[in-house]
Ligand binder design. Structure first.
Ligand SMILES: Nc1nc2c(ncn2[C@@H]2O[C@H](COP(=O)(O)OP(=O)(O)O)[C@@H](O)[C@H]2O)c(=O)[nH]1
Ligand SMILES: [Mg+2]
Length: 328
């Protein structure tokens, strides 16, 4: 059997952009194995160069198709593009979207594009942590633009889209609610709003409604440093993609060149730090509580005490045990 390559030995190969090493380190990050942490820790100070774009919106709004289109355009500019799809239903593993226009398999064969689907729900260590670790690996592997596609339903998914430099919220005509982002509660997280499927005649209505909604939301008192842009696109005829590309460029400049961008990066770092700590806490709690919970459970079963007091006792016992051993 092949030798298990320690994660720290993958680091040099990730830095040189070797696809197999990148894929391997991402897999280990995703599965949350402790051994991967040393490798991930080693690459961290080399990351931070890539522009990270989060794309969210309800299922069927056209996110994956849009991502494929964007990836093509970025490749045409000579950029390496990483795609992290936090949605197992994303069709990146093969097949065709929009007939023969955009073949995902074609994208997948281009070494300048790395596509990773993460079905991390329930995976050890949490989705957000895993997705952001994957972004670092790609960043260090030389991918200049990294796109995270997440479904705009579910708190974790929305948080991941927020934890990117530039958040794009996609709304589509013909999905019932004209602006699905309102219903999903994600309207306000957008730096850029995209109305997709603008080849359809009902797209104008969605655009108009969205503009009206956003005008309503403006306070008018202060000039915001960034006012969300609205772009209509069609992945069928390519309409609007030039505008979308320049909106992304503009926001990229804000991210890397302004106080606002610095502030955003700090918020992302704070989110990430807490998520990672949360994962560590949970892991340690689970390890320690295994041996401690049984007697308390017996008291709960016999209704000697209520679940809240006993849970308090369990937490206290775990913390005491933690203190007795090595620190965090
Ligand atoms: N007419 C039209 N259909 C589109 C466009 N983009 C995506 N679609 C269709 O919308 C459906 C959902 O697309 P998909 O990219 O999988 O959406 P996702 O669930 O948000 O990732 C598919 O049937 C696509 O073919 C577009 O620009 N115009
Ligand atoms: Mg999708």
């Amino acid at each position: 059997m092949a030798r298990y390559v320690p994660s720290t030995e993958l680091v040099e190969r990730v830095i040189s952009g070797e696809t197999a090493a990148i894929a391997r380190l991402i897999s280990r990050a995703e599965s949350g194995i402790p051994e991967a942490r040393e490798g991930l820790a080693q690459i961290y100070n080399r990351s931070g160069k890539a522009h990270v774009i989060g794309i969210t919106g309800v299922p069927g709004s056209g996110k994956s198709t849009l991502v494929a289109h964007l990836a093509h355009l970025l490749r045409a500019r000579g950029k390496k593009v990483g795609i992290v799809a936090v949605d197992p239903s994303s069709p990146y593993s093969g097949g065709a979207i929009l007939g023969d226009r955009i073949r995902m398999t074609e994208l997948a064969m281009d070494p300048g594009i790395f596509i990773r689907s993460m079905a991390t729900r329930g995976a050890m260590g949490g989705m957000a942590r895993a997705a952001l670790d994957a972004v670092d690996v790609l960043d260090v592997g030389g991918f200049e633009t990294i796109i995270i596609e997440t479904v705009g339903v579910g708190q974790d998914e929305v948080e991941i889209a927020r934890a990117s430099h530039t958040t794009v919220v996609v709304s589509a005509p013909g999905l019932g609610d004209e602006i699905q982002a309102i219903k999903a509660g994600i309207l306000e997280i957008a730096d850029i709003h995209v109305v997709s499927k603008c080849d359809r005649s009902d797209a104008n209505r969605t655009l108009t409604d969205l503009k009206a909604m956003l005008t309503l939301g403006l306070s008018g008192a202060t000039q915001p440093a960034w006012r969300p842009l609205i772009v209509g696109v069609s992945s069928v005829n390519g309409q609007g993609f030039d505008d979308l590309m320049s909106a992304l460029d503009k926001h990229r400049e804000v991210t890397f060149g302004t106080e606002l961008g610095r502030d955003r990066q700090l918020k992302i770092a704070d989110f990430r730090l807490k998520k990672t700590a949360e994962n560590l806490l949970l892991e340690r709690f689970n390890n320690a509580s295994n041996g401690l919970s049984r007697p308390l459970a017996e008291r709960l079963r016999s209704r000697e005490a209520d679940p809240y007091s006993l849970a308090n006792d369990l937490v206290a016992a775990v913390m005491k045990e933690e203190h007795a051993h090595e620190p965090f």
